[in-house]
Design a protein around this ligand. Structure first.
Ligand code: PLP
Length: 408
């Protein structure tokens, strides 16, 4: 008999199951609002023009080869990645209190951070990691895998489809000091709801007062507002406030490099006389964790992102591409909301335009989600989340009228 005789069948990943169901559907007007990947106005994947240029440069580089990268990854990428997220003239870079490791995209960065915290973050009272409720489902699995206990802070207010400010602040105010709090830097997944800058300031104040440790996940910088600095504002504000913190950074969405798995993990030490030395010691431990899991990260996507980030002309073109993507998404938000208003669809739909980034929490219930899938072949996750990138000028009216029919 097998040693695994009693192994249970695990559920399939709901999102990837949804993708498979969409692919199998033969209806000609089917719409995929499930997966979080950018699509152009013809519902096709979009290779950023600047990425094509970078690939050309890499292809023509006579010194190109397939050697291993160092354990910490491509240095020209990790240093540019730190500047991107903390700002060009950030004190953490000047004072050498950031250490950056290239990772397997954002997922790998969250995982490396989780592993590092599980091993080295002091939790004498078995302090938990606080995740927003709801959050990107993988956060739960990743932190569970490294054995950290999980707690939740309320995030989404069903009545307004906005932020549950009261729930969020009262929970953080009573969290055990020394707990870890995972924060989405911008374009919260799955809700599309972000705190305002004033709210971020208040969150920072509470976290400082209660000695809570910030772990930022930034998977959508530049993709949310189209403005790289604006989308990194919360992280930079926390850094200015002197926090010690971690950042998991993905280049999947903002470079359209989903399958290339380019990302970065950053540890920032608080300012102080020993910060540089501490950062070095943290880096030495990250090296061991990385070595034992992936030895060294993949090279191709890293080279693409590095080529763009380190060239002023390409960087400017990338910003244009970011505006193309974020601008199209923002235009689709307006089109969907306007159409629902025009149809007189019951309910308030302002949240569609006040939410930001790839996703919108529509407020549709699970039965409504199933109905819209069965009757209209429109695919979204059971929680009513839609990927705005799945909407385009050819299908937005169809989607609006389907929503109209299922909510009546
Ligand atoms: N974090 C959040 C909040 C996300 O939404 C995603 C992608 O959907 C990721 C991290 C990581 O994605 P990837 O591993 O593709 O970079």
């Amino acid at each position: 008999a097998s040693a695994f005789e009693t192994i249970a069948m695990a559920p399939t990943d709901p999102l990837f199951g949804l993708m498979a169901a969409y692919r199998a559907d033969t209806f000609d007007k089917k719409v995929d609002l499930g997966i979080g990947a950018y699509r152009d106005d013809n519902a096709k994947p979009w290779v950023l023009p600047v990425v094509k240029k970078a690939e050309e440069i890499i292809r023509n580089d006579p010194s190109k080869n397939h050697e291993y990268l160092p354990i910490a990854g491509l240095a020209s990428l990790t240093s540019a990645a730190a500047k991107l997220v903390f700002g060009d003239d950030s004190a953490v870079i000047r004072e050498k209190r950031v250490v950056s490791y290239q990772t397997i995209s954002g997922t790998g960065a969250v995982h490396l951070g989780a592993l590092f915290l599980a091993k080295f973050f002091p939790r004498p009272d078995n302090q938990a990691v606080y995740l927003s409720k709801p959050t990107w489902a993988n956060h739960h699995q990743i932190f569970q895998n490294v054995g950290l206990p999980i707690a939740e802070y309320p995030y989404f207010a069903k009545d307004t489809c906005g932020l549950d400010w009261e729930g969020l602040t009262s929970t953080l105010q009573t969290a055990t000091p020394g707990s870890i709090v995972l924060l989405h830097a911008c374009a919260h997944n799955p809700t599309g709801v972000d705190p305002t800058q004033e709210q971020w300031k208040a969150i920072a104040e509470i976290m400082k007062a209660r000695n809570l440790f910030p772990f930022f996940d930034t998977a959508y910088q530049g993709f949310a507002s189209g403005d790289l600095a604006k989308d990194a504002w919360a992280i930079q504000y926390f850094v200015e406030q002197g926090f010690e913190l971690c950042v998991a950074q993905s280049f999947a969405k903002n470079f359209g490099l989903y399958g290339q798995r380019a990302g970065c993990f950053h540890f920032v030490a608080a300012p102080g006389p020993h910060a540089e030395d501490l950062t070095k010691r943290v880096g030495s431990q990250l090296a061991i964790l990385t070595r034992s899991e992936i030895s060294n990260p993949p090279i191709y996507g890293a080279k693409i992102a590095s080529t763009v980030l380190n060239d002023a002309q390409l960087f400017a073109e990338w910003k244009q591409d970011l505006c193309t993507m974020s601008g199209r998404i923002i235009a689709m938000r307006t089109a969907l909301r306007d159409k629902l208003v025009e149809l007189g669809t019951p309910g308030n739909w302002d949240h569609i335009t006040s939410q930001i980034g790839m996703f919108s929490f529509t407020g549709l219930s699970e039965p409504q989600v199933l109905k819209i899938r069965e009757e209209f072949h429109i695919y979204m996750t059971k929680n009513g989340r839609i990927s705005m990138a799945g909407l385009n000028t050819h299908n937005v009216e169809y989607v609006a009228s389907a929503i109209d029919k299922v909510v009546r």
